[in-house]
Every structure is written in C-alpha cells, then in structure tokens.
Design a binder for this molecule. Structure first.
Ligand SMILES: [Zn+2]
Ligand SMILES: [Zn+2]
Length: 132
C-alpha cells in the first residue's frame, strides 16, 4: 500500500470520527474536501468501501436510502428517524438467540443479522409537540 493511500485512509477515518453520527459517503467527502481539496470524491467512496470491507469501520445499510458509515466498527443496532433521517446507535445487547432460531428455521449457517429500528427522534418529537 502506498504512503499516499495510508494518508488518505487516515484523513478519511479522522473525518468519520469527527462527523460521528453515521454520515453518508457524500457527507464524509464534503468534510474531507474542505480540509484536503486534493482528495477526490471517487477516492473517498472507494476508501470508505475498503475500510468497511476490512472491518475498520462500520457500514450501515439503510432501507430506501444511501449507506451510512460508522467510526464504530463493532456490531450494534441503529435507529433511523423517519422525519429528519438522522441515524443513531441503539446500544442494546445483540440478539444472539435469533441467529440460532433462524438457523433452525432455515437450515442456513447464519453468520450475521441486521436490524434497523425506525422512529421519531427526540428533536422531531419536540418539534411536533410545539406548533411552529
Ligand atoms: Zn428526527
Ligand atoms: Zn453506529
């Protein structure tokens, strides 16, 4: 791997950590581009994909939406606000027993499952409660 690649990976991971809260690739690109105008959009997309494939970062697949990226690579659940689209962590224990149940029901060797919660975030709940 070239030194340039290593630097780009570092820049992109730093941007992801700073943005927190599960940005899209476009949002990561905007943040990176502001500080490092020489890093192109294709590089950001490609690097995010590679980092996710290698397990360095998390990739959150959103139903009917662009993938989000997560500086926390360990397995955890997410909730998406159906009103404003923000994505937050849901830190509850992983449901290990559903993998077992799915194996029994399907005959598959289950390697992972994904679960996305949908709801209304606290900020949107407040906005709905107080008429504009
Ligand atoms: Zn919201
Ligand atoms: Zn997360």
């Amino acid at each position: 791997m070239s030194a340039r690649n290593t630097v780009q990976r570092q820049i992109i991971q730093d941007a992801l950590r700073t943005l927190a809260n599960h940005p899209t690739a476009d949002e990561v690109y905007d943040a990176v581009h502001e500080e490092h105008p020489s890093v192109g959009r294709a590089t950001v997309y490609r690097t995010l994909g590679r980092l996710a494939d290698e397990g360095e970062i998390g990739r959150v697949r959103i139903n009917n939406g662009a993938d989000r990226f997560d500086h926390q690579s360990f397995a955890h659940y997410h909730v998406r606000c159906t009103s404003c689209g923000r994505v937050d962590d849901v830190m509850i224990p992983l449901l290990d027993n559903v993998d077992e149940a799915a194996e029994k029901a399907s005959g598959y060797k289950i390697t992972s499952h994904s679960l996305q919660f949908d709801g209304i975030c606290p900020a949107c709940q407040r906005n709905e409660a107080s008429p504009a």
